[in-house]
Design a protein around this ligand. Structure first.
Ligand code: ATP
Length: 446
């Protein structure tokens, strides 16, 4: 075992500033169009960021689609028929004059009595409202060569509607029976009034949403099932349990479509805020699409002959927001052997790089052995990084702040007995492993 690590307490603002700068320095996240001064609240993912993002999405897809036979995948288009957004309530729902509370960021109709007096009906803060404006959260654009109202379409503000309009397509093609679900990962766009907190609230983001179709009357049990399953998923990803909690939406906060809604909240450096939403959307969406499209969206149970419009239990979480939670949770500053280090304690399955390989010195054939080891790992699709520059301590520090779980060092003993040292990022423990056994050793721990 290595020496005990002394965690250093940090102020909330410091943590966010340090995280943003680490993300830029190490190639996780950059401001979009940075050389032009940046674009409002959109971000680009660099070499390490895209790996982390892909690992998060793969983990979600595996839990939702690959490990279950009652959920099917779908990739619906971003641009949909404009009537979809009339049926969903998005066109009508956001065209009132709205003000937004500067503290809790909830939006209210400007003509609500409390709001007119300057007090937020939810958090109670006074006089922090933005100016009232007619506001629709959806980005508009035009389809086809003529820019006129008839050709106006929207960039989708959620992936969910693509799953509803394809409900029968998927159900019949996949020969699913209710209860079953449709999962999607894809971009969504919202012209947020107050974006911010780095990638917490942005105007272009990615969602991982799953719509689970159930028989009315069984919805409450399924709601409880998904609530528990989603919390477990976050904990299994390595997020500290004490930083996660449920928050139920009160009757005034429920969205127009929802019967029950819970948020899973995370304690970010800037406070407890939404991480994921779990909603009982009833038969609102399918019924509305039936009404607006004039196409039947009923399910017929062939065994019992029952016909019904299913209820929907939705689980909805942002990819970018998950990435922020993962980074906040993993970021630590500590003192190790009298030296400061920044470490990202990412779960090995999520870490962008799994291994770094170092020759201790640049002689005695050590670089050649290390390069071969590195090439073998890459050939087996294990993301590995070769580094021969600087002291061994500096090389360790560089990997610690990138979140690489294991550093492999080729040293003098390698020439004698064919073993290398493997150093664990978190415990700092070092073990000797045969060089040709490193690949298996790593695989067993992913
Ligand atoms: P909020 O109240 O934070 O704006 P919401 O309740 O409108 O979010 P949903 O419509 O339930 O959010 O969206 C589901 C999930 O998508 C959220 O829990 C969050 O993880 C993610 N999400 C929503 N809006 C954004 C955004 N602007 N930027 C990043 N992620 C977002």
């Amino acid at each position: 075992m290595g020496p005990p690590n002394q965690e250093r307490p940090m102020a909330a603002k410091d943590v966010m500033d340090k995280l943003v700068s680490l993300c830029k320095r190490r190639g996780f996240i950059y401001q979009s169009s940075e050389i032009y001064g940046g674009t409002g609240s959109v971000w680009d993912y660099g070499p390490l960021g895209i790996e982390l993002k892909r690992n998060i999405k793969d983990r979600w897809w595996s839990a939702m689609v690959h490990q279950r036979d009652d959920i099917e995948g779908l990739d619906a288009s971003i641009l949909m028929h404009p009537r979809v957004w009339e049926a969903s309530g998005h066109v009508e729902g956001f065209t009132d004059p709205l003000v937004e509370c500067g503290t809790c960021h909830r939006r209210f109709r400007a003509d609500m009595p409390e709001v007119a007096e300057g007090q937020c009906p939810v958090c109670g803060t006074k006089d922090t409202f933005s100016e009232a404006r007619l506001f629709n959260l959806m980005f508009k654009t035009f389809m086809g060569p003529v820019e006129e109202a008839a050709n106006q379409v929207y960039l989708r503000p959620e992936t969910a509607q693509g799953s509803y309009v394809n409900f029968l397509n998927v159900q019949t093609a996949a020969r699913q029976k209710v209860p079953f679900g449709i999962a999607q990962i894809g971009k969504a766009f919202r012209n947020e009034i107050t974006p911010g907190n780095f990638i917490f609230r942005t105007r272009e983001f990615e969602q991982m949403e799953m719509q689970f179709f159930v028989e009315p009357g069984t919805d409450e049990d399924w709601f409880e099932f998904w609530k528990a399953a989603r919390m477990d998923w976050h904990v299994e990803m390595g997020i500290r349990k004490e930083k996660l909690r449920f928050l139920e939406h009160g009757p005034d906060e429920l969205a127009h479509y929802a019967k029950t809604a819970f948020d899973i909240e995370y304690e970010y450096p800037f406070g407890w805020k939404e991480f994921e939403g779990i909603h009982n959307r009833t038969d609102f969406d399918l019924s509305r699409h039936q009404e607006y499209s004039k196409k039947r969206l009923e399910y017929i149970d062939t065994a019992s002959g029952k016909r019904f419009v299913p209820y929907v239990i939705e689980t909805a979480v942002g990819v970018d927001r998950t990435l922020l939670v993962v980074l906040c949770d993993a970021y630590h500053e500590e003192e190790v052997e009298g030296e400061q280090r920044v470490v990202l304690r990412l779960a090995p399955a999520l870490a962008p790089l799994k291994v770094a390989v170092f020759p201790l010195v640049k002689k005695d054939g050590l670089p050649e052995i290390a390069q071969k080891l590195h090439a073998d790992l890459r050939a087996a699709a294990i993301p590995s990084f070769y580094d021969a520059a600087g002291s061994i301590g500096r090389r360790y520090r560089r990997q610690d702040e990138a979140g690489t779980p294991w550093c492999v060092t080729v040293d003098g003993q390698t020439n004698e007995d064919g073993t290398v040292t493997v150093r664990d990022r978190d415990s700092l423990e070092q073990v000797r492993v045969p060089a040709d056994g490193v690949l298996t050793w790593v695989r067993e721990r992913l």
